[in-house]
Design a protein around this ligand. Sequence first.
Ligand code: ZN
Length: 83
Amino acid sequence: MLTNIGIALIVLAAILFWQSPFLGLSFGILLALIGFALIAAGRGRKMFKALTPSSLKVCPDCKAPIPGDASVCMHCGYRYASV
Ligand SMILES: [Zn+2]
């Protein structure tokens, strides 16, 4: 979603630059920069989500990774009060 807006802004900047080089140089570069920033933000968020899987948590008793929505540890039987 964020990446699509970024690409749209860069395309808009290219069209603006093609229509009038003066406007393209001042306003178009700004649009392109915002576009690239949006694409970077979109990619970064995806990467961050991939690096920190929210579906896993660590059991405080046996330190084993268990599913985030589990209420009982499958390794030691530790019971979670509430998730
Ligand atoms: Zn455990």
